[in-house]
Design a binder for this molecule. Structure first.
Ligand code: 2P0
Length: 713
C-alpha cells in the first residue's frame, strides 16, 4: 500500500495574521507569531488510488462535499503538480480525523492543512524539508504554515515586493525560546451562536473596506518583532501584553470594515473582563480571540489551574458556568509511511542505527507522562498485590542527538541504569549505534515564579524518566522492543536503583491512561539479574512471575480530579515507618478486594461502585497510618476529601500520602464550585488530563524524514 499518515496540532496566533497581499499564493500582509498547542490536533492518512481514480475525502467518518472538498482536491493538485514520478497521475483517498473537544468550535484549518501537507507530500514521494513543508501548508491555509512547527513559531511575511520571492520567503520557523518560558492556555468555550462569516472571506472584506487596515499592517510587523524578542527573553508579561493588544487591534480593524465584521459576543466581553480582573489580582493572564467568540487565555503553566478556575465561574445575572479547556505547548508536524511502504533508495530511513558520515543529524525525542495512584498504594509493593494507577499529561522529555564522540551522560541513577540494561540488550543482540548527547526536560514540577515557589506534585518523575530513557534508547539502537519487553527493561533498571520499588509508576508512564498493575516477585528478578548481556536479554525476554500491567478502558461515567495540598513529607520516611511495623495482612487483602472491585467498576463504567471502592481504600489507608503512627492522610488531605465528598465525589490520599496530592473520583456537576471550595481549604486543583502513552519521535534533521511511533505495539 502506498501512502502516509501525518499528525498536526492547531496553533493560536499571539500576533495575528489578518489579511493577504496575494490570495493566489496565500501571502500574508504581515508576519505573525503563534503557539502550537497539544490539545487540538488532526490526523490525516492518505492512500494513493490507482491512476485516474477520483479523489475521495473523508473527515471524521463522513465524506466531505462542496467547497470544503474542493479546497482539499485543489491542494492535492498542487502537490501532484510538483511530483515528477508516475504517482502524479494517481488519485488519493484522504481520511482525516479532528481530535478536538466536541461542540467547542475549535476545529482548525491550521492543523487540517498542515496534516494534509505532511501526508500528501510524503504519500506522493516529495522530499521536502520543514521550510518547504511550511510553504506548502501555507498554500492550503495561511495559519497551517505555523502548525508545521511546535511551540512558539513565527510565520514571516517574506519579500513584500516580488510575488515569486514572496512565495520562497514566506514560511514559518520555530522561534528561539527562553528555557524557563513555561506557558499554558486556558480556552474558554462560549456558545458559537449563529454561524458567522468565515475567516478567509472576512479577511478579504477587511482588506477591501477597513480604513484601519494600513495601520493594522504597520503595527503588526512591529508586534511580531517585539513578540519574537519577548519569547527569546522569556518575558511572559511583555508577550502577553503584545498578544492581547494584537487581538484587540485585529478585531478593531474588522469592526471598522463596512459592513462591520464582528466575532466578539457579549459573552466574549464578559470573559475579557474576567481576564482583566485576574490581572488586577496579580495573576499573569492575557486574552486573545480569533474568528469566533471563544477566548483563549495565555498564562504561566503554574497559574493555569487558578486561571481556569477563575474563568469557569460566571458572575452576575445567574448564568451557568463556562467550559474552560486546558492546553499546553504542542509538537510540530509528524509524518510516517503506511506499513509496507518502501522509501525511495538512498532516502533517509529514519529508523534503526544511524549510518555514520551522513550529512544529517539524527535525533530521537522520547517522552513519558507522570502518574497518580488511584488505589492499591503500599500494598502493590508486595508481589502479587495489585493497584490501579493513572497516567497524567505532564511529561518528562528526553532528547538524544547524534554526536561525534560518546561523552559522559550525567542524567542521574535511573538513566544510568537504563543505559546499562539497554546497552546489555544491544550487545546481546549484536547491535551498535552512534554516540549521542542526552538532554532531559521535565514538566512534572513547576518552576518558581515571582509570586510562587517551585512546586513538586509527586507525579513520579523517576518512573517517567526511566520510561522515557527506555523508549529513547530502544529507538536509538533500533531494538524494536515490544511493549512487554519495554516494561521489563524499565522495571529491571528501576529495581537496580531501588530494589523495593513496585514498578507501578513505570507501568503507568509507559502505557498512559488507566492501568492495572501487580508487581513482580522481586526476589526472583534479583536472583536472575546479572550484568552479563545474555542474562539481561534472557530476563527481558521472559515472563516474570507476578508481574501484570494492563491498560484499562477509560471510564466515561466518572472521572478523576486531582488536588494538591502542598509540600510533601518524605515518601521514604513514610514507607520506612510503615515497613518498620509491618503491613498487616488485613490491609493487603482489603486493598486487593478494593482493586478487584474498582477494576470491575471501570469495566462496567459504574460510578457508584467506583466511589465505593475509593472510600474503602481511604479507610484502609487511614488505618494503616494509625497502625504505623504516621499521617498518611494529613489534615490537609482530610479537608480535600471532605470538600470532594460535599461535591459528590469519593476521595483519598494518593501514593505515599503525607501531603502532595489527593484524588477525587466521581461525576462532577459543579467544576468551579469544587475548585473554589478546594481553594478555600488551601488545596490547589491541578488541571491534569489523562495521559496518552509514552512516545518516541525520531527525526533526521537536515532531511525530510520524521517518524513517530506510538506507545502501542
Ligand atoms: C491567525 N486567523 O493568525 C488568524 C487570527 C484567525 C484569526 O489565521 O484564508 O484559516 O486559510 O489563510 O489561516 C484563520 O485564518 O485563513 C487565521 P486562510 P486561516 O491565526
Amino acid at each position: 500500500m502506498t501512502g502516509a499518515t501525518a499528525v498536526a496540532h492547531a496553533n493560536i496566533a499571539l500576533v495575528k495574521y489578518w489579511g493577504k497581499r496575494d490570495a493566489a499564493l496565500m501571502l500574508p500582509a504581515t508576519s505573525s507569531v503563534s503557539l502550537t498547542l497539544d490539545a487540538f490536533l488532526t490526523t490525516t492518512t492518505i492512500t494513493l488510488l490507482d491512476e485516474g481514480q477520483p479523489d475521495q475525502v473523508e473527515l471524521d467518518g463522513a465524506p466531505l462535499t462542496g467547497l470544503a472538498r474542493t479546497k482539499v482536491v485543489r491542494f492535492l493538485d498542487l502537490v501532484r503538480s510538483q511530483v515528477p514520478s508516475e504517482r502524479a497521475g494517481r488519485g488519493a483517498l484522504v481520511v482525516s480525523r479532528n481530535d478536538v473537544p466536541t461542540g467547542a468550535g475549535l476545529a482548525s484549518s491550521a492543523s487540517a492543512f498542515a496534516a494534509l501537507a505532511g501526508a500528501a507530500s510524503r504519500a506522493y514521494g516529495l522530499e521536502l524539508d520543514r521550510r518547504e513543508l511550511s510553504r506548502l501548508a501555507r498554500r492550503g491555509s495561511g495559519s497551517a504554515s505555523r502548525s508545521v512547527f511546535g511551540g512558539f513559531v513565527r510565520w514571516n511575511a517574506g519579500d513584500l515586493d516580488d510575488p515569486a520571492r514572496g512565495d520562497e520567503t514566506s514560511y514559518a520557523e520555530p522561534l528561539p525560546t527562553a528555557p524557563d518560558l513555561d506557558v499554558a492556555m486556558a480556552v474558554v468555550v462560549l456558545d458559537a451562536g449563529p454561524k458567522r462569516i468565515g475567516s478567509r472571506e472576512a479577511m478579504a472584506h477587511t482588506v477591501a473596506t477597513s480604513p484601519y487596515f494600513p495601520a493594522w499592517v504597520e503595527h503588526t510587523e512591529r508586534d511580531a518583532a517585539a513578540a519574537t524578542a519577548a519569547i527569546a527573553a522569556g518575558d511572559l508579561a511583555t508577550l502577553g501584553e503584545i498578544a492581547e493588544a494584537s487581538a484587540m487591534r485585529m478585531h478593531a480593524t474588522m469592526l471598522a470594515s463596512y459592513p462591520a465584521v464582528r466575532y466578539l459576543s457579549a459573552a466574549s466581553l464578559e470573559v475579557l473582563d474576567a481576564v482583566a480582573a485576574l490581572r488586577a489580582d496579580g495573576v499573569g493572564a492575557w486574552a486573545t480571540m480569533d474568528a469566533g467568540p471563544n477566548v483563549k487565555v495565555l498564562c504561566a503553566a503554574s497559574d493555569l489551574a487558578q486561571v481556569q478556575a477563575a474563568l469557569a465561574v460566571r458572575r452576575g445575572a445567574g448564568g451557568s458556568d463556562r467550559r474552560v479547556l486546558a492546553a499546553w505547548p504542542g509538537p510540530g508536524l509528524r509524518t510516517e509511511d503506511l506499513p509496507g511502504e518502501d522509501r525511495p533508495a538512498g532516502g533517509p530511513s529514519g529508523r534503526g542505527p544511524s549510518g555514520r558520515g551522513r550529512a544529517v543529524t539524527r535525533q530521537v525525542v522520547a517522552s513519558a507522562p507522570g502518574k497518580f495512584f488511584v488505589v492499591g498504594e503500599y500494598a502493590v509493593v508486595e508481589a502479587g498485590y495489585p493497584g490501579v494507577l493513572i497516567g497524567v499529561e505532564r511529561r518528562v522529555t528526553l532528547t538524544l542527538t547524534e554526536t561525534a564522540e560518546q561523552g559522559p551522560i550525567e542524567q542521574g541513577r535511573y538513566v544510568a541504569a537504563v543505559r546499562a540494561v539497554i546497552g546489555a540488550l544491544a550487545t546481546a543482540r549484536g547491535v551498535t549505534a552512534a554516540p549521542y548527547l542526552m538532554e532531559t526536560s521535565s514538566a512534572l514540577k513547576d518552576a518558581a515564579t515571582a509570586s510562587t515557589p517551585a512546586r513538586k506534585y509527586g507525579l513520579g518523575s523517576s518512573g517517567a524518566v526511566t520510561v522515557a530513557a527506555v523508549r529513547a534508547l530502544d529507538a536509538w539502537y533500533g531494538l524494536g522492543l515490544t511493549a512487554a519487553e519495554r516494561l521489563r527493561a524499565a522495571i529491571l533498571a528501576t529495581l537496580r536503583v531501588n530494589p523495593r520499588a513496585s514498578g507501578g509508576d513505570v507501568a503507568a508512564s509507559l502505557l498512559g491512561g488507566w492501568v492495572a498493575y501487580a508487581s513482580p516477585d522481586r526476589a526472583w528478578v534479583a536472583g536472575r539479574d546479572a550484568d552479563a548481556p545474555d542474562a539481561v536479554a534472557a530476563l527481558v525476554d521472559e515472563d516474570w512471575p507476578g508481574l501484570e500491567a494492563t491498560a484499562l478502558p477509560a471510564p466515561s461515567a466518572f472521572g478523576l480530579r486531582i488536588g494538591w495540598t502542598g509540600d510533601p513529607a518524605s515518601t521514604t520516611d513514610l514507607v520506612s515507618a510503615v515497613r518498620a511495623v509491618g503491613v498487616p495482612t488485613s490491609f493487603l487483602t482489603g486493598s486487593r478486594d478494593v482493586v478487584v472491585d474498582l477494576r470491575a467498576a471501570i469495566d462496567a463504567d459504574d460510578a457508584d461502585a467506583a466511589r465505593d471502592a475509593v472510600r474503602r481504600a481511604r479507610v484502609l489507608l487511614r488505618g494503616l497510618g494509625e497502625h504505623a503512627g504516621v499521617a498518611i492522610e494529613t489534615p490537609e488531605l482530610a479537608a480535600l476529601i471532605e470538600v470532594a465528598e460535599r461535591h459528590g465525589l469519593a476521595a483519598k490520599s494518593s501514593g505515599a500520602g503525607g501531603g502532595d496530592c489527593g484524588i477525587a473520583l466521581g461525576t462532577l456537576a459543579d467544576e468551579a464550585g469544587l475548585a473554589g471550595d478546594w481553594a478555600a481549604a488551601g488545596v490547589v486543583p491541578l488541571a491534569l488530563r489523562v495521559a496518552s502513552p509514552s512516545q518516541v519521535v525520531e527525526s533526521v534533521v537536515g532531511a525530510s524524514t520524521v517518524t513517530e511511533e506510538n506507545g502501542d505495539d
